[in-house]
Ligand binder design. Structure first.
Ligand SMILES: [Zn+2]
Length: 246
């Protein structure tokens, strides 16, 4: 009997930007050999009680509830931060790296370029620095496109920030799924030539080049689902944890 591959992809809602319903997502990939691989950790916990002022290019209001906290999202599927083996950090913006300090047992995987510019004072990354620059965190810096584990590929997609990364996950039934993250935050931005460049995209030509790179990978790999980083229209159409893609 062929054994059914048991890879699962969970999508967590870790907060919202209102009134537009723009999601702040995180992801968990459970591999066939039971590795737990997270992607991003959401907004800092303190934002639940003390929401910051309006955020991002559209100046939206942060809305985070207790249930949105990554620890509580993990608990609903029976996991604790200490169960996470790898945490793919796509970049150090506060809506992606806000709870890294909870993951002291995990290996945090970041692009070398992003880590280095952030450490050297890249302004964007300083806002959440207390969450990512800590002696008790264990980093693995990677360079460019690499396979992290069989079926999990990291794709360097600079532009939004230097050394941003996206993730390709190969699932047994759904096929390859692309987590574009903030390289292409909405489906409407998939066309490299015509897409909107957000005011918080650091480098326009790199942003367009990374958009083109992801479109080419999606085409070449036969990706049927591209999950965008902050897409208010797409998010309600996706399966959220405790449901999963397999
Ligand atoms: Zn973001």
């Amino acid at each position: 009997m062929p054994q059914k591959a048991n890879v699962k992809l969970y999508l967590f809602q870790l907060g919202m930007l209102q009134p537009l319903g723009v999601p702040i997502p995180g992801y968990l990939i459970q591999t066939i050999d039971k590795h737990n691989v997270m992607v991003d950790s959401g907004l800092p916990y303190e934002f639940i009680k003390n929401p910051p002022g309006p955020m991002g290019p559209a100046q939206l209001q942060v809305e985070v509830h207790e249930e949105d906290h990554i620890v509580n999202r993990l608990a609903t599927i029976g996991l604790h931060p200490d169960d996470i083996d790898f945490l793919i950090v796509t970049h150090f913006d506060a809506d992606h790296a806000g709870n890294l300090s909870l993951f002291t047992k995990a290996e945090l995987v970041v692009q070398l370029e992003h880590y280095e510019v952030s450490l050297a004072g890249y302004p964007r990354s300083q806002r959440a620095r207390e969450h990512w620059d800590r002696p008790d965190l264990h980093y693995r810096q990677v360079e460019g496109d690499i396979t992290l584990l069989p079926g999990i590929e990291l794709i360097k997609t600079s532009g939004h920030v230097p050394g941003h990364q996206s993730v390709l996950v190969r699932l047994p039934n759904s096929g390859p799924v692309l987590l574009a993250i903030d390289a292409v935050p909405t489906a409407a931005m998939m066309d490299a030539e015509t897409r909107t460049i957000m005011s918080n995209d650091d480098d326009e030509s790199q942003t367009r080049a990374s958009t083109r790179k992801l479109a080419e990978i999606a085409e070449r790999e036969g990706v049927k689902l591209i999950i965008h980083g902050h897409d208010a229209d797409q998010w309600p159409t996706l399966k959220h944890s405790p449901q999963f893609y397999d």
